[in-house]
Each structure stands twice: as C-alpha cells, then as structure tokens.
Design a protein around this ligand. Structure first.
Ligand SMILES: [Zn+2]
Length: 160
C-alpha cells in the first residue's frame, strides 16, 4: 500500500477497490452475539463464505476465505471479530502480541473466481485493488439504543 492509502486506512474505510462496491458490512465485536437473525430486519440470517480482503498491520492485505452471516434482504454481511482474530493468530504464529481490532481492517471482498485463481498464482500486492470490491457501507453495532447505526454513507475519500 502507498503512504496515501495507509493514511486513509487510519481514518476509516479507504476507497481502495476498483470493482463495484458489494455488501453492507458489520465487524461484530461481541462474542456473545452471533446474529442468527438480522439486526436490521430480524429475518433469519444465512451464511455465506466469501473471500474477505483484510489489511493487517504491519503487513499487507491478505485474503481470508471466511464464512460470514448474511442477510439477502439487507445485503448485509457480518463477520465475527473474534473468528478473524483466531484465523490471523494461526497465520502469524510468531507474532508476540494477540491481534486486537486496531491491528486489522477488513477492506472488502474478492470474486470467488479471482480468489481461486490467486490460490494458484498469487496476485501481486500492488494489483490487489484491481480485484477488490469495497464494501457499500460499513455499519457498527451498538449494544444499547438499537443495534445498528449507519456510519458514513459518503465515500470516505471526500473527507480528504
Ligand atoms: Zn436483514
């Protein structure tokens, strides 16, 4: 990532991918909330396995093929933070400190076909943004006063 992209990462969701945005996304920090029903519409949530691109400090973006909760009515994808932390801990066993939320940032998703291809021929880090779908919106869960607060609907780049 260039300096410019890294700087945006610290300020929130970077506008990074060149493919059309996909999914409204929630990173669920609550280990006791597993969201069998959708926090927005209350319908039963399904599961969807998606190649999630995640920026990991101080490394570079990597892709985890991760099963997430999914509501098709809201086009809402929920990934559990603790599960991502466990996967990262397995990938980086020599890392002295435990992964916390500030150590990684889900950036978006890849098409399954591109992800499969990248398993055979890794995509150079500099080319990743060509394949990335940013999230449409990143939502946050609040445990009081309602479950979901819509964060930024404007592209973050406008804040620059
Ligand atoms: Zn829903």
């Amino acid at each position: 990532m260039s300096q410019e992209q890294r700087r945006r990462t610290s300020g929130g969701l970077p506008r990074f991918g060149k493919r059309p945005p996909q999914y409204n996304f929630i990173l669920n920090p609550y280990v006791d909330a597993r969201f069998t029903s959708c926090p927005k519409c209350n319908r039963k949530m399904g599961q969807r396995k998606v190649p999630l691109m995640i920026h990991v400090e101080p490394f570079f973006p990597l892709v985890l093929n991760k099963t997430c909760r999914y509501c098709s009515s809201c086009d809402l994808l929920i990934a559990h933070q603790d599960e991502i932390q466990d996967l990262l801990a397995k990938l980086f066993p020599d890392r002295p400190a435990k992964f916390s939320k500030k150590d990684f940032l889900p950036l978006g998703t890849l098409d399954r076909a591109d992800w499969k291809q990248s398993q055979k021929t890794p995509i150079p880090v500099g080319d990743l943004q060509e394949y990335l779908h940013d999230f449409k919106k990143v939502l946050e869960i609040q445990s009081t006063g309602g479950w979901v607060r819509e964060e930024k609907t404007e592209p973050r780049a406008k804040r620059e």
